[in-house]
Design a protein around this ligand. Sequence first.
Ligand code: R5P
Length: 293
Amino acid sequence: MEWGLENRIASIIKPNNNRALMLAVDHGYFLGPTEKLENPKKVIAPLLKHCDSLMLTRGVQRTSVPATTSTPMVLRVSGGSSIIGDDLSQEDITVSIEDAIRLNASALAMSIFVGSKYEYQTIVNLGKLVNEAAKYGLPVLAVTAVGKEMGKDARYLSLACRVAAEQGAHIVKTYYCDNFEKVVQSCPVPIIVAGGKKIPERDALQLTYNAIKGGAVGVDMGRNIWQSDNPVAMIKAVRSIVHGNSNVDQAFKLYKKLSIGNNKPNQNKSNKPNQNKSNKPNQNKSNKPKSTS
Ligand code: R5P
C-alpha cells in the first residue's frame, strides 16, 4: 500500500490493535440542528480527545473544531438532500478534493444508497471519489445507507458493504444486525458500525461489544454518545470496549461511575430510548431512505 494511504488509514484504525473509535457529528448535513447537536462546537470540545477520529462536514470542521487538534478528520463529502426534501438518497459529491486536502482530511466519507432510486448515482459517485482520492493517497469510507424497502438484515447489508468494497472503498460503515459475522466475512475491507438512534446506554454498549465480537474494527458513534446525559462518560465507556477489551458490565459500570455527580435531576432519563426526536423536523415521511437510523 502506498505510504500516505497506509499512514492515513493507520490514523483512523489503530495498528496496535486494529480498532477504531470514530465520533460522528455529521448529522446536520441533512438533519439540520439535530437534538443535542445544535451547537457542534460545545458538543465536540469535551469529546475530541477521547475519540480516534472525528467524522464531520467541512462546515462544522471550519467553525467548530480547533485547527490545533491532532485528532484525524474524516470528512463527509456527500450531500444534497434534507430530511424535508423528496428523497434522501439523491446525494452527490459536494466537496472538491482540493478543499478536502486544504482541510487536512485523513479520509473522505460518502453515502451509497443501495436499493434506492439513486443507487446508480451514488455508487458511481463512490467509484469516482475513489479515483480522485487515490491520486492523493486519501482513503475513502463508504457509508451504507439503507433504502426504504430494505431491512437492516445481514443479506441486504452484506450486499451494500460488498458493493462499496468492490468500488474501492477502504473502510465501510454499516449497521449491526443479526448474523453480523456474515456481513464482515463477505466484505474484504474493514467494517465499522454506526450507533444508530439513541437507545439506553447499556444497550449501546452491548451493540458496541457485539459489533467488535462480530468482527467490526470499531464504531462510528454519534447520537448514543452526545445525546447521552453524560457524553464524556459514555465515550469513555465505549472506548473501554473498543480499546480496553472491557465487557458490557465493566463498561456500563464505568459509565455509571463517571456519571456520578454529572446527572441532571432525572438520572433515569439517560436510560430511556430517545427515538425519533433526532430526526426532526419530519422524520416520519414515508418515502425516506434511512441513512442514520
Ligand atoms: C449520518 O448522518 C451519519 O453517517 C452518521 O455519522 C452515522 O449514522 C453515525 O451516527 P449515529 O451513531 O448517530 O448513527
